[in-house]
Write a protein of this length. Structure first.
Ligand code: SER
Length: 873
């Protein structure tokens, strides 16, 4: 029987259908909300909440063919691809599941029957070996007594020493979540007498099916709690079982990979290749790339986009190893799509889009790859102790953009280690540097560190009474700040917002009946709010009772801009149809700036749609509410947060109706209506994959529109045009200008030709060498040079000095024909001129120039030069 991959998939599903399982579609590669996974890594992910008893499912027995990606977290096979014959980033997992229905006995019986029954996979029973978790007597007995497996073929696997529940036979999805003991089925590939180490040697034994008995929920590293229902989660890699049923020695030799690899060779016109590993890598990575992009993920510098970028870059580097010179990766997309029909037609419609995204990434990276590889290879050649220094790795990454993991990958091939400590040092150094650059209050006195904790009262108050707790003047802690002195005041509590989360600090006043301190800026320093400013009236002392009052007008404008920033992120997500990740922001009373990851141009129409949606939400006058929640709770409720930021256990949440939910410490408008009007004033890419939008709100937006209008009116006036005809008019002017430029060029050519002819007549001889010196009428450097070149061509051997007058200056240019420069040099003559007339300039032996003061006695200068020439010849 011919077991094609297609057939195996079908047989698996048919088997479980016959056994009353409901066939469920694969879930997306992007795990459901609130999951702690980056990508779906097992068939059971989509049922996570059902295993945990949080949700009830309409079916109790199901089977799936699940798209999986193992490129991070607990299950990461990326680095294995290319080295292992049985690992993939993307693969299909065949699985059957029971949610509180059947348990160990049935699960093992099903697996045994499907694998060994003559009507199904018909594998020889004597080739099967299983592992069982050490405490799981029940499974052991089922294998031994019910299935009749000899005890030599049932291996008990315990915990890793001192690590409860850390074992190859205690499966867990991630750091937390459903888990339980498992029994794994292996296929023997060799007849050697069994040793435990053989289980890790894929030439001898291949693990084909993992049957997990989900009984626990892992809460953290040390704690697991029993679940209300006992379930079954099984997983069998389609590609692996296919390798056994097709009797080949690698997943990469099965039908689908054979086809794919053939296409890669054909596309690149390759017949024989040295590196079959590279071909395997490319065929694995193109499948992963296609499936990730299909989930609307684009190459990026972080999160899922970064995984995609790593995969693509790794593949491109292997393309380079195969000697492929031109972009090729994107061309394989149709061949991948051909063999993955099972996952629906949707992907077929995305074919061109996927190709374009890959092509763009490929073109962008090729140059970096070439430069980086050249440098890395030359460094590798110099290595003596099998270790590459961290500085080079960091330089490659930081300056050239060559990814660290790619360097690692290449070093692995050359059996070279990277000096990781040195690399970490370099990375930390850079981090510290950029932190310092960011830290606007770096000049604050060190004494402020770890000092007073002030309470922020500014969410609900603009003005409160408080007590002066600390004062700093000239980098020193003092008891009193005197009249006119500049310094820092720290209060027990404050309505002033210290700059953070992109929102600038407040300004305002701190005062009592005798004194007034102007706060110019407010910053946060650890848990202290720092008011920076100057005493304008009287003086202030520690323990003085004061009133702190923020500039309310400014704060309102900042708040409106902050809320508008949240509306902007929402609108970007909606209009650009991408999960926009914030990369930075700046929110002041004047404008707002928002940086975000996005790989494409944003069209004028999209800008308009974004503005329209935001203004619509402003008009709806939606309530803006804040709250304080437990971080986990906030995450569960779908609040947006920064992946790389650490949060306190209690966080502030900010909700704008049902359109925006973010963790945010900033101050906000009460209703979206307060924003009034929103207008984008700037949109551009600021670095690869990151774009910046700047916008204004309220009166500033209106003013911006007015200014644009005024500008348009003025342009119309200047060009004697109107709104409708202005564009054609400008286009016409540009054409006219170009025509004029063209004819001007022609005229100049003619003038040069005429003048050159005239000048030829002025040539004299100095010891039989042509010498020309003349003032000319063209007052243009470029033309002057052009003329000297033409004259040189005409006279073959000689020296030319031309100049023109410009206000009270003279501009000289000197040319010497090539055949004379060994004795006479233009720059030497220029030096004489410079000395004579206080000039500046220089050049080469063939041509040089200078600008000088006005020269009254030009003949004298020329005579000097002539004499100098005579002496030289
Ligand atoms: N979840 C288990 C695994 O991934 C069985 O499906 O191995």
């Amino acid at each position: 029987m011919q077991y094609t991959t297609k057939k195996i998939r079908k047989m698996f599903l048919d088997f479980f259908k016959e056994n009353n399982h409901k066939i469920i579609e694969s879930s997306s590669l992007i795990p459901q909300k609130n999951s702690n996974l980056l990508f779906t890594n097992a068939g059971m992910n989509q049922f996570q909440n059902i295993f945990l008893g949080k949700e009830k499912y309409q079916f109790q027995k199901v089977a799936t063919v699940q798209k999986c990606l193992r490129t991070g977290g607990k299950h990461n096979d990326l680095e294995q691809v290319g080295y292992s014959q049985y690992h993939h980033t993307f693969f299909e997992m065949l699985g059957n599941f029971s949610f509180g229905d059947y348990f160990k006995k049935e699960a093992i019986l099903y697996a045994w029957k499907l694998l060994t029954d003559r009507n199904w996979f018909n594998l020889p029973k004597e080739k099967i070996l299983v592992t069982v978790y050490q405490d799981d007597n029940e499974s052991y007995n089922i294998w031994k007594n019910l299935i009749g497996l000899s005890v030599e073929n049932i291996i008990l696997i315990g915990n890793t020493p001192n690590n409860p529940y850390v074992s190859d036979n205690f499966w867990q999805m991630g750091e937390t979540g459903p888990c339980g003991p498992c029994t794994e089925i292996f296929f023997k590939k060799s007849n050697d007498i069994f040793k435990i180490s053989h289980l890790k040697d894929k030439k001898k034994y291949i693990e084909i099916w993992n049957i997990v008995f989900i009984q626990f929920n892992r809460i953290n590293q040390n704690k697991i709690i029993p679940l209300p229902i006992f379930s079954v989660d099984t997983g069998m890699g389609l590609e692996r079982i296919a390798s056994i049923l097709q009797n080949v020695n690698s997943n990469y030799e099965i039908d689908i990979f054979k086809e794919l690899k053939k296409s890669i060779l054909k596309i690149n016109n390759l017949k024989k290749i040295k590196h079959t590993k590279s071909l395997n890598v490319i065929s694995d990575h193109i499948r992963a790339s296609v499936f990730i992009i299909q989930e609307n993920i684009l190459p990026d510098n972080e999160h899922r986009g970064y995984v995609l970028r790593r995969i693509i870059r790794r593949a491109l580097r292997h393309g380079e190893k195969l000697g492929i010179k031109n972009p090729f990766f994107y061309k394989i997309v149709p061949d991948v799509i051909k063999c993955i029909k099972i996952f629906g037609e949707k992907i077929r419609f995305q074919q061109n889009n996927i190709k374009n995204i890959l092509k763009k990434e490929e073109l962008q990276f090729t140059k970096t790859l070439q430069t980086g590889l050249k440098l890395l290879k030359s460094e590798i050649k110099k290595i003596k102790n099998h270790q590459l220094d961290g500085k080079t790795v960091f330089y490659l990454y930081d300056t050239i953009g060559f990814p660290i993991d790619l360097t690692q990958d290449i070093c692995k091939e050359y059996q070279i280690n990277i000096n990781i400590n040195e690399l970490k040092n370099e990375i930390n150094k850079k981090k510290r540097q950029s932190k310092q650059n960011k830290n606007k209050i770096k000049n604050l006195p060190n004494v402020i560190q770890n000092t007073y904790t002030s309470t922020f009262k500014g969410y609900n108050h603009n003005k409160i009474t408080c007590i002066v707790k600390q004062i700093f003047v000239n980098q020193q802690a003092v008891n009193k700040i005197l009249p006119e002195e500049k310094g820092i005041i720290i209060l027990d509590r404050s309505p002033f917002y210290g700059e953070s989360g992109g929102q600038i600090g407040d300004s305002g006043i701190i005062y009592n009946s005798k004194s007034l301190f102007h706060v110019q800026n407010t910053q946060n320093y650890a848990t202290t709010i720092i008011h920076i400013g100057q005493i304008k009236i009287g003086s202030l002392e520690i323990n003085d009772l004061v009133t702190a009052h923020i500039d309310e007008k400014k704060r309102k404008l900042i708040q409106n801009n902050h809320s508008a920033t949240h509306l902007l992120q929402h609108a970007l997500n909606k209009i650009l149809k991408k999960n926009i990740i914030q990369k930075g922001s700046y929110i002041s009373e004047k404008y707002l700036r928002f940086d975000f990851s996005y790989n494409q141009e944003i069209s004028i129409k999209e800008i308009f749609c974004i503005e329209k949606l935001i203004n619509k939400n402003i008009q709806k006058n939606i309530n803006i509410c804040d709250d304080h929640l437990n971080f986990e709770e906030a995450k569960n409720q779908g609040y947006i947060f920064f992946q790389n930021k650490t949060y306190n256990s209690i966080v502030r949440t900010l909700k704008i109706g049902n359109i925006s939910k973010e963790l945010c410490k900033g101050t906000h408008a009460h209703n979206t209506g307060n924003i009034g009007l929103f207008k984008i004033i700037y949109e551009k890419s600021i670095s690869r994959g990151i774009r910046r939008i700047e916008a204004v709100t309220g009166k500033k937006a209106l003013k911006h529109i007015y200014n644009q209008y005024k500008k348009n009116i003025n342009i119309n006036k200047i060009l004697k045009s109107n709104h409708e005809s202005i564009i054609p008019k400008i286009k016409k002017l540009i054409i006219n200008y170009k025509n004029l430029e063209q004819s001007n060029k022609q005229l100049n050519k003619n003038i040069i030709a005429i003048q050159t002819k005239e000048l030829i007549n002025k040539i004299i001889q100095i010891k039989k060498i042509n010498f020309l010196n003349s003032e000319i009428k063209i007052k243009d450097r470029k033309l002057l040079k052009n003329m000297i070149d033409q004259l040189k061509n005409k006279i073959h051997t000689g020296i030319i000095i031309l100049f023109y007058k410009k206000i009270s200056k003279n501009i000289f240019m000197v040319g010497v024909t090539n055949n004379l420069t060994n004795i006479i040099q233009s720059n030497k003559i220029i030096e004489i001129i410079k000395k004579y007339a206080n000039g500046s300039g220089g050049g080469k032996a063939e041509i040089a120039e200078c600008i000088t003061e006005n020269i009254n006695n030009l003949d004298q200068l020329i005579n000097y030069i002539k004499k100098w020439i005579e002496l030289k010849i």
